[in-house]
Design a protein around this ligand. Structure first.
Ligand code: VG1
Ligand code: CO
Length: 578
């Protein structure tokens, strides 16, 4: 093939957000749009690093992925990349990409140097919906801010990109290696099975036999909803073929370009079918299974449900941390430490204190956990946004979280699978609250708000923080909440590389441990999304069984009035409550 140099010019708005660049498909298909971003990434990595390298390119299979993969292959060839690895049909979940970068060895002994992941995660897909791209580094984790800032700077000055226009399209539906030769020598495209590296890794972490026994037990029942995301490509292999679950326990496990028209976000609002099946929501089934879980489009998120019972993600990571050493072979020699994102509830903090573990609080987004893991400081981490994971890879991992819960259930039930009473998901959570106290928690999302109005809300809240009369204002709204002890804008200094991330959300910390956090989303593709996180700690075990929206009502009231949410945004209610 030949290398074509194509003249280009900067296109506005290519700043990567919390997890890559996410825009409407119509934006991505503009001339030069994807090309500019890909070339800017190669330029940020520097030519020496790109030349001769091995690059993974795949994603959640959403609309436009197949075209994007062919474009990136041609640009990789033109920029001197030695080989591109593609999951069959362009499918690799985000955690599987991370696993492939870290673990896979090519037929010629090669290892990957980085990856383009094509996904907009939990955002809908299709010609009128979202596409996304993000770059992951050699450790299998998202590029740090130093790199994403450089990529953005490059997009603002780009003049040209390189592409091998005459390279034929590669058939990504067939496993095998295609060889080409160009001006720099040989170039290969290696299409491989999307699941096998990931399945192998999971089998090295968990005790599959003990999970098999749980699943085979007549007292237990299981169901998994991939919401037509890429998790479907792994669910059948792992839950059915390896662990013996029935095929009928899989819902929506065929990956689709538009996620079947749904919103592939595993929460109580969007995972409606699973929610009903588990005996919750508006149309509850009468005979729900004991355990249910769902994933998002790229399979890095998870929702865990018991029979008629929802596990908040903040509790989930705390419960996994509290039980990991006993229940999961990978952790049997102990946890190196634990970490959560700032808005995630302090349930994990209580476990860390009680087990005497190193503990870290990082800004929102998985990229901040990677440095801690690379430095051997953190084993288990999580976010309130249905993200849970560990140092087995450098992304959050939806199926890993399900296997972690199945392992805990298998461990707690190891002596009563032959007729004893099953310890249920609900029992495990309630037992955890009795031991550690409960963090009542909810998140309100105001999606697609006018960007100016969102800025106003945040500016108003920053101003209020420094007000000496803040407690008088709050008491004027409700007298039954505690005093604010401090308020700030969260700033993080990475303990490993010393880098500083500012303006990571506005916090109001109350004297009784309650918190209100406000921040703007960095993953939307249009307008702005305001997230409001509300949390209250209850140590008294006689009071941990309340309905969470009811327990949090006073704080919600304060948050909405303090922020003047309706006045600024015109919204009387959030779009999503989780
Ligand atoms: C959201 C979540 C955040 C998560 C991010 C990526 O970000 O709040 O916790 O890490 O999505 O998740 P934001 O900036 O919109 O609040 V996903 O599954 O992209 O991969
Ligand atoms: Co995701």
């Amino acid at each position: 093939f030949k290398v074509n140099r194509v003249e280009s010019s900067p296109i506005e708005g290519q700043k990567p957000g919390t997890s890559g660049l996410r825009k409407k498909v119509k934006v991505f298909t503009q001339p030069h749009y994807l090309h500019n971003f890909v070339q800017s990434t190669f330029n940020a990595l520097s030519a020496e690093k790109v030349k001769g390298s091995t690059l993974v390119v795949s994603g959640d299979g959403r609309y436009y992925s197949k075209d994007a993969i062919q474009i990136i292959i041609k640009m990789a060839a033109a920029n001197g990349v030695r080989r591109v690895w593609v999951g069959q049909n362009g499918l690799l979940s985000t955690p599987a990409v991370s696993a492939v970068v870290r673990e896979r060895v090519g037929a010629d002994g090669s290892k990957a140097n980085g990856a383009f992941i094509l996904t907009a995660s939990h955002n809908p897909g299709g010609p009128n919906e979202d596409f996304g791209i993000k770059y992951n580094m050699e450790n299998g984790g998202p590029a740090p801010e130093g790199i994403t800032d450089k990529i953005f700077e490059n997009t603002k000055i780009i003049k040209e990109y390189f592409i091998a226009e005459d390279l034929p399209d590669v058939d990504i539906s067939a496993i095998g290696i295609s060889n080409f030769s160009g001006p720099d020598g040989q170039f290969d495209v290696d299409v491989f099975d999307s699941a096998s590296d990931y399945v192998k890794l999971m089998k090295s972490i968990f005790d599959f036999q003990s999970i098999q026994k749980l699943i085979a037990s007549p007292q237990f029942s299981f169901c998994y909803d991939a919401l037509h995301g890429v998790a479907g490509a792994y669910a059948k292999r792992i839950f059915v073929e390896e662990l013996g679950a029935k095929e009928s326990s899989l819902l929506n496990c065929v990956p689709k370009e538009d996620f079947g028209g749904g919103h592939p976000d595993p929460n109580l609002t969007y995972a409606k079918e699973l929610v009903s099946r588990m005996g919750l929501g508006k149309n509850p089934d009468s005979n729900p299974p004991e355990f249910g879980a769902a994933a998002d489009g790229d399979a890095d998120r998870n929702m865990i449900l018991g029979k008629r019972f929802f596990v908040t993600p903040s509790d989930s990571v705390a419960i996994i941390a509290a039980n990991a050493v006993q229940a999961i072979p990978y952790f049997s020699s102990g946890l190196k430490g634990v970490a959560r994102s700032m808005p995630t509830s302090a349930a994990l903090d209580v476990v860390a204190t009680s087990l005497n573990l190193k503990f870290f609080e990082v800004p929102t987004g998985w990229k901040f956990f990677g440095n801690l893991m690379d430095a051997g400081l953190c084993s288990v981490c999580g976010e309130e946004s249905f993200g849970t994971g560990s140092d087995h890879i450098r992304e959050k991992d939806g199926i890993w979280a399900v296997l972690a819960w199945l392992s805990i259930l298998a461990h707690k039930n190891k002596d009563n699978l032959n007729g004893g009473n099953l310890v249920t998901v609900e029992d495990i959570v309630k037992q955890h609250w009795a031991t550690f106290g409960r963090h009542y928690y909810t998140r309100y999302d105001y999606e697609n708000v006018d960007a100016g109005a969102a800025k106003e809300v945040m500016a108003h809240l920053v101003k209020l923080q420094s007000s000496v009369t803040i407690n008088t204002t709050i008491k004027g709204i409700r007298s039954d909440v505690a005093d604010v002890a401090s308020a700030d804008e969260f700033e993080y200094k990475d303990p490993v590389d010393g880098s500083i991330s500012k303006n990571q959300g506005i916090r109001y910390l109350f004297e009784d441990g309650s918190r209100l956090v406000f921040r703007l989303s960095g993953t939307g593709s249009e307008g702005a999304t305001i997230r409001l996180y509300i949390e209250q700690y209850e140590k008294d075990s006689s009071k941990t069984g309340r309905d969470s929206q009811e327990a949090l009502a006073p704080l919600v009231d304060v948050a909405l009035k303090l922020s003047k949410m309706e006045e600024h945004t015109g919204r009387s209610a959030p779009t999503v409550i989780t």
